[in-house]
Structures are given as structure tokens and as C-alpha cells.
Design a binder for this molecule. Structure first.
Ligand code: PMP
Length: 391
């Protein structure tokens, strides 16, 4: 029988798993604290066991707190932030619906791409990377394109911009449009109030401020958004992400829960603990922690002679700071130097910010004064050692 096997067991798998210690100060994932790691390492239960359904109910309540919403249709998608983005768009949009997408970095680009694949008519509002949209920009777009859905990114992690959301929900509703907001990189790090700001669909991710491993993504739909889904003439294009099925599995529709998919149970254990830690700390303390670390980092970067990419202080995302790649340096050498010599991950740009910026993330338990000191020490060292004139 051995002769039948023409592929031998791979050598790599016969060696032990290697996971080095690293401080993850890129735009995510962030380090997972021992309590959350331990939760993810617990023994499995069945995905329909009452104890797991109870954990799912606790996750739902944790998301309602983090989002500041009382929406019934609140749950975690079994997938990463992209999966929640697809879930939001494919449940809201039908073929031929018009979607207006605010593009000031990669996330708007991606949302536009997804909406186009769904057969939506996609119109774009555009701002250069590093800038945000004013209510006036948005209103002009709403009047001109008459969309059914507006997509906008709260924390633009490719550029480091925090989008002000005040008034946008009301504006959208006045123009018969739903407001869809990506808060993957900002949730827990900057204030957001789903109900008060009249946001119709809000989603986030597990691996940023919540400090859980990637693989589950909080999402919530307002009553208006739920009604739009109920009025659909066609079924959502994905079975896996069909909100009707997910609402039932998550106990949001008052019906007995039915098997839809085998939930990533251990990811849910971790997400539960991430949300529990946020609830224990309190949203206001969490926002203040991120504000203070970001302010300390920005001052330190300026002291090193570096230029912050986002000019206006109030438009800076407290979780991810962008700094221009200094003249005479190659960004790849700086990130590689920090990784090799300081075991710290920071990132270069993404999408429209590639080659222009370095990105430093301080999220959840990583957002501490000592981590700011550590990354600044690493950067000072890199600036001394990586200048091109040394070659
Ligand atoms: N939106 C934003 C603002 C993000 O920062 C990210 C992750 N970098 C995503 C969406 C996508 O999330 P994921 O990588 O978990 O799919």
C-alpha cells in the first residue's frame, strides 16, 4: 500500500511549530493577551450546545455595547473583516442598486470592487489619501447619485485617517439612503455611537483593539437596514453570509435556532473574552488610552524629525499612526530592520499609500506608554542605521 503514496509526509510538518515572540505594532493583527489566548485554547463544545449559544448571546451583548446599539440584528460573522464587508454589501445590495462609495484609501476601493461584483451601480466620491469627507462632500454625492447605500470608512487604516461621522446618518436618511460604516480599525479606539449617529450597518474585526485572533467579525444592522433586507426581491448571492440564516442561528429572529454552519467555536471563545475585556475597561477608558498613546507616539515621531502624514490632529486615527517615509530611506529597510533587530512589526503603506508612509499601530493591550517608547527606540536606531548614504 505504501507504493500508492507518491507524496511523502512533508518535512516541515515533521518538525515542531515555530512561533517567535514579536511585538505586533503594524495595522493589525495586534498581540493577543494570555486571557484571550487561553479562551481560544479551551476544549471544543458542539456548535448547537446551549453553552455555546450562551457565549454567542454574550458576544451579541458585547457587540451592542461596543457599537452602542440596541439593534436586534447584531452578531459576529465567521470570517475576517473582509467577510463582514462582503456580508454587509451583499445583504443590502441587489443587482442594479446604486451604491455610493467614499474612497480615500484602500477600503473604499475594496468596497467598490465588492459592490461591482454584486452587480450594483457603483459611484465613487474621492479624496486624496490622508484626507476625510465633510458632510457637504457627502451631501453633494447623495444629491447627484441618489444611492441606496453609502459606504464610508471610520478608521482608514491605509492612510491613518479618522472619518468624522457626526450628521452623516441623518443626512443619508434625509436622502433615502442607508449608511454603511467600516470600523474594523477604529472600534474601541475612537468613539462611535451606532444608534445616536444613525448608522445602518456597522462592522468591525476581532484582531485589532479587541486583541482576539483574526477570524470573527462583529456586525450590526439597524431596523431600516433589516427592512431593506426583508424587502429584497432576490436572495443574497451568498448562502454562507445570508443574514436571514445568520439571524436565525444567532437567535435574532425569535425562531428556534437552526444549524447553518459549524461556527468557529474557539474563535468565538476568544472574541467573547476580547469583548469582556473591553466591557471591563469601559469604552471611555479605552478611547482615552488610545488617545494618550497616539499623542505620545506623534510627539515622539516629531522629535525624531519625522513628518506625520495626516496634517490635522483631530483627523488622526488613534489606533494607527502614519508617518511619511523620510527622504533618503527605503521603507522596506526600516520595517525589516525593526523586525530583525527589535522584534517589532511596523508596516509600510497599503494601496494608495504604498511607498509613501510607515504605519504604526497601537491597539488594545498594545496601546501602552512602554510600547510607544519601544517603537520610538527602534525607529531612532533604524534612522541611524538604514540611511541610504551608508551604502
Ligand atoms: N477595513 C479596515 C479599515 C481594515 O483596517 C481592515 C484590516 N486591515 C479590513 C477592513 C479588513 O479586515 P481583514 O484583514 O480582517 O479581512
Amino acid at each position: 500500500a505504501t507504493n500508492l503514496l507518491h507524496v511523502p509526509p512533508p518535512q516541515g510538518l515533521l518538525r515542531p511549530l515555530v512561533v517567535p515572540e514579536r511585538l505586533l505594532l503594524g495595522p493589525g493583527p495586534s498581540n493577543v493577551p494570555p486571557r484571550i489566548l487561553a479562551a481560544g485554547g479551551r476544549q471544543l463544545l458542539g456548535h448547537m450546545h446551549p453553552e455555546v449559544l450562551q457565549v454567542m448571546d454574550e458576544i451579541k451583548a458585547g457587540i451592542q455595547y461596543a457599537f452602542q446599539t440596541q439593534n436586534r440584528l447584531t452578531l459576529a460573522i465567521s470570517g475576517t473583516g473582509h467577510c463582514a464587508m462582503e456580508a454587509a454589501l451583499l445583504n443590502l445590495l441587489e443587482h442594479g442598486d446604486t451604491a455610493l462609495v467614499a474612497v480615500n484609501g484602500i477600503w473604499g476601493q475594496r468596497a467598490a470592487d465588492i459592490a461591482r461584483r454584486l452587480g450594483a451601480v457603483v459611484r465613487e466620491l474621492w479624496k486624496p489619501p490622508g484626507e476625510y469627507f465633510t458632510p457637504r462632500d457627502i451631501e453633494e454625492g447623495l444629491v447627484r447619485h441618489k444611492p441606496l447605500v453609502l459606504f464610508i470608512t471610520h478608521g482608514e487604516s491605509s492612510t491613518g485617517v479618522l472619518q468624522p461621522l457626526e450628521g452623516l446618518g441623518e443626512l443619508c436618511h434625509r436622502h433615502g439612503c442607508l449608511l454603511l460604516v467600516d470600523a474594523v480599525a477604529s472600534l474601541g479606539g475612537a468613539p462611535i455611537f451606532m444608534d445616536r449617529q444613525e448608522i445602518d450597518v456597522l462592522y468591525s474585526g476581532s484582531q485589532k483593539v479587541l486583541n482576539a485572533p483574526p477570524g470573527s467579525a462583529p456586525i450590526s444592522f439597524s431596523e431600516r437596514a433589516r427592512e431593506k433586507i426583508l424587502r429584497r426581491k432576490t436572495q443574497p448571492l451568498s448562502f454562507y453570509l445570508d443574514m436571514g440564516w445568520l439571524a436565525n442561528y444567532w437567535g435574532c429572529d425569535g425562531e428556534p435556532r437552526r444549524y447553518h454552519h459549524t461556527a468557529p467555536i474557539n474563535s468565538f471563545f476568544s472574541l467573547r473574552e476580547g469583548l469582556a475585556m473591553l466591557a471591563e475597561l469601559g469604552l471611555e477608558s479605552s478611547w482615552e488610552r488610545h488617545r494618550a498613546s497616539c499623542a505620545q507616539l506623534c510627539q515622539g515621531l516629531r522629535d525624531l524629525g519625522l513628518e506625520l502624514f495626516v496634517k490635522e490632529e483631530k483627523a488622526r486615527l488613534p489606533t494607527i499612526t502614519t508617518v511619511r517615509v523620510p527622504k533618503g530611506y527605503d521603507w522596506k529597510e526600516i520595517t525589516a530592520f525593526l523586525m530583525e533587530n527589535h522584534a517589532i512589526e511596523i508596516a509600510g503603506g497599503l494601496g494608495p499609500s504604498v511607498g509613501k508612509v510607515l504605519r504604526i499601530g497601537l491597539m488594545g493591550c498594545n496601546s501602552t506608554s512602554s510600547n510607544v517608547d519601544r517603537v520610538l527606540r527602534g525607529l531612532r536606531d533604524a534612522l541611524r542605521r538604514c540611511h541610504r548614504s551608508r551604502l
